[in-house]
Design a binder for this molecule. Structure first.
Ligand SMILES: *Cc1c(COP(=O)(O)O)cnc(C)c1O
Length: 393
């Protein structure tokens, strides 16, 4: 090992010594209810592909068609020569779907946050951020140079107290929350958050990555769920989860969107989404608008699974969505549980510290519309067997 780089080996070894090293599994099948993982066929409860669109025939057909017409690469950033007709069409369709004034698309939800937050606030400003917000929100806040003021998770009283404490100290205040919190599957109390932020004229942003295509009417998102159209200033979302593709979106007030097109750094300094991604995202919007069948099935599957798990005696936490955490407490137990499930042919992730707080380790079961009744029952059987073996139930 070259001496000046030996620290990397030490860091990796230290992860391994502390049980924090991530063994990354390899998938050798399309995404779906069943996967081939490390050469083993297993039932998949790990993906964010909530509606099964990642491998939907209509999505694949749309991509093939657009590749023939437009090729594979965008060739440039959006602000130079990378804005193709399909990008504008997608943004228009997304704005209609979500019932907002305007939308701008990004390469990912992560870059959407890195673009948006520094456009809204700078070093003279304060950001009120839910303590459990996603890493890309935290990184966007740091990039902005604004002062980060954390409020207790989903705690509107604490948010109000922090606004009152900080009101006079900054040029502007911005409150940011995840819409659906992916570790627990709970929803931000966005209606109550809006009451507080509007009372003090604080800007409000929600990152609805896990709500897009899942919550609200036909998957229109958390703003639709709470009937807050035109009230939440800016909504960040992703097309990499329920939409089954890749890409981010920022939806909301037309002036803010126009400003982000001028100054959002990943918009001006990173190449546009590929035509194939855009065509697939457009098809996802069409499918969601045509029918609520997939969204309805996702919720029916989630509700069935959660109810049956409770009957078996498992603790599924505070989930209000198809994301089902199975609370186990001890990180070692969660890892062991996940391994036993895998041996039973069920692929579900164990989450421990630092992803979730110490003592709150769990298995997270990601339910999808593509799971059949038989798939769900197989999973329940495996949970029952492993739960008894490890004395959890
Ligand atoms: C997954 C996620 C993102 C990142 O989205 P990508 O499109 O995968 O980059 C951003 N915010 C939240 C809250 C997420 O859950």
């Amino acid at each position: 090992m070259i001496n000046r780089l030996s620290w990397a080996e030490d860091e990796i070894q230290s992860l391994k010594d502390n049980g924090l090293y991530n063994q990354i599994r390899t998938i050798s099948s399309p995404q779906g209810a069943w996967l081939v993982v490390d050469d083993k066929k297993v039932l998949n409860f790990c993906s964010n592909n909530y509606l099964g669109l990642a491998n939907h025939p209509k999505m694949i057909a749309a991509v093939k068609k657009v590749v023939d017409a437009y090729g594979v690469g965008p060739g440039a950033v959006r602000s130079i020569a990378g804005t193709m007709e399909v990008h504008l069409e997608l943004e228009k369709r997304l704005a209609e779907f979500k019932g907002v004034e305007a939308v701008v698309s990004f390469q990912s939800g992560f870059t959407a946050n890195l673009a948006t937050i520094p456009c809204l606030v700078g070093k003279e400003d304060g950001i009120l951020s839910d303590e459990l917000n996603h890493a890309s929100i935290i990184d966007g806040c740091r990039l902005s140079g604004g002062t980060i003021i954390r409020f207790n998770h989903a705690d509107v009283n604490d948010l109000e107290a922090k606004i009152l404490e900080n009101q006079g100290n900054y040029r502007r205040l911005l409150a940011i929350t995840d819409g659906v919190f992916s570790m627990d599957g709970d929803l931000a109390p966005l209606d109550k958050i809006y009451d507080v932020t509007s009372k003090y004229d604080v800007m409000l942003m929600v990152d609805d990555a896990h709500g897009e295509g899942v919550v609200g009417k036909g998957g229109r998102g958390i703003v639709d769920h709470f009937g807050l159209h035109g009230k939440v200033d800016i909504e960040v979302g992703t097309m990499s989860k329920a939409f089954g593709v890749m890409g981010g979106m920022v939806a909301g007030n037309a002036k803010l969107i126009e400003w982000i097109r001028q100054r959002g750094r990943p918009f001006i300094f990173s190449s546009a989404l590929t035509p194939a991604d855009v065509a697939a995202c457009l098809t996802a919007v069409n499918l969601l608008e045509e029918s609520t069948e997939l969204v309805d099935r996702l919720w029916a599957n989630g509700n069935y699974f959660k109810a049956e798990m409770k009957k078996l005696g498992f603790d599924t936490g505070v989930s209000q969505t198809p994301i089902t955490p199975v609370m186990l407490g001890d990180a070692k137990l969660a890892k062991e549980f996940s391994k036993e499930l895998f041996d039973e042919g069920v692929f579900a992730m164990a989450l421990g510290f630092p992803t979730v707080p110490v003592g709150k380790a769990r298995i997270r079961v990601m339910i999808s519309a593509t799971h059949t009744q038989n798939d769900l029952d197989l999973c329940l059987k495996a949970f029952q067997k492993v739960g008894k073996k490890l004395s959890v139930i």
